[in-house]
Design a protein. Structure first.
Length: 346
């Protein structure tokens, strides 16, 4: 008997009051008389409970997963909007809601935080919020946006020392980051169809070009959505790494880089698990997220990714790595949480 841990759960069902708070926050940017009076949106525990019971918790039960690593909505981060102060307030409010849900449902949800990134602002501004979320709220990871400009890629690549203060703090706290873009304000890139997958692919290529893990041998990064185009084009990436005189990908990246299983068809998951070592794959569904609806070819929801893993012709031991043990290894602080709520013993 083992656990099924979904490492990619966005709070897409958050109450309207959160959006209203955000609208007022942004209105206050252009009209000082409309500045927020309350520093937090007024949302009751019952309201929070309802959004979860009708949404993520219901689906967890229907599909038979146990625990979701839960974060604010990726599209909602919208780092390109406003300024540093706006992002800091917004991240705090969103993370506090996630914390409350992890308190209301401690056996079903563990927190992953939004960072208060802002275009052109060094990510060292994120350290206090990351530290607060990990040390005070019990979060086990963060979402790191490689493109706070929202589709225009104005920041240096992830391997640039620009990002190092954040990586140093992550290593110190022993938390990984999921590399996840937010919305796209570039009309060329559909957010979930193009910008997300581009973001994943771009992050992977940046990691190949650089030598980030020489400087941070214990840093752990998760590339979502199955790693974007990387697994499908594995030969291209191996070849490019070779041309750049980089070590083999196994040494260069795979001690530190992981992919999730947010790939919404069987043959995609077959390919992912065929190409990428099982040790580097973490179960995830992104429910209720990017793609909602039922696949007429299978009669099941596209994002019901557990079915694809169940169908794989790999051993139970390998499935267990994907469903549970890899997540417990990558999110090193998770075991302490699982122990505290009695999900594991020892
Ligand atoms: Zn995602």
């Amino acid at each position: 008997m083992h656990m099924i841990i979904d490492c990619h759960g966005p709070y897409t069902t958050s109450p309207k009051a959160l959006d209203e708070w955000r609208d007022r926050q942004l209105a206050g940017l252009v009209d000082g008389s409309r500045k927020l009076a309350a520093s937090e949106p007024q949302i009751s525990d019952d309201q929070l409970r309802e959004t979860i019971q009708l949404g993520q918790l219901r689906i967890q039960r229907e599909r038979g997963s146990d625990l979701t690593l839960f974060s604010p909505r990726a599209v909602g981060m919208a780092h390109h909007v406003g300024n540093q102060r706006v992002s800091e307030d917004w991240a705090r409010v969103c993370n506090n809601l996630i914390f409350r849900i992890t308190e209301l449902f401690p056996r079903n949800f563990v927190g992953v935080c939004q960072l208060p990134q802002s275009p052109g602002v060094n990510p060292s501004n994120c350290l206090p919020e990351l530290e607060r979320c990990v040390k005070e709220l019990g979060f086990v990871g963060c979402n790191l946006n490689p493109d706070p400009s929202g589709g225009y890629w104005k920041e240096p690549p992830l391997t640039d020392p620009w990002w190092y203060p954040l990586f140093e703090k992550m290593v110190e706290l022993d938390v990984p980051a999921m590399i996840h873009v937010s919305g796209s304000c570039n009309p060329c890139f559909h957010a979930t169809g193009a910008h997300y997958i581009n973001g994943d692919t771009t992050a992977f290529m940046q990691l190949i070009q650089g030598d980030l893990f020489k400087d941070f041998p214990t840093l752990k990064l998760i590339i979502p959505h199955g790693g974007g185009a990387a697994p499908y084009h594995w030969g291209r990436y191996r070849g490019l790494a070779q041309m750049m005189k980089k070590p083999l990908l196994a040494q260069h990246l795979l001690r530190n880089t992981y992919f999730d299983t947010c790939v919404y068809h069987q043959r995609g998951i077959d390919l992912l698990t065929d190409v990428v070592p099982t040790d580097n794959i973490l179960f995830a569904s992104e429910m209720l997220g990017a793609v909602q609806g039922i696949d007429p070819q299978t009669g099941h929801n596209y994002d019901d990714t557990r079915r694809y893993i169940d169908e794989l012709a790999i051993s139970d031991e390998h499935k267990r790595k994907i469903f549970e043990t890899n997540a417990r290894k990558v999110y090193a602080r998770l075991d302490k949480r699982l122990n505290a709520v009695g999900l594991i013993h020892g």
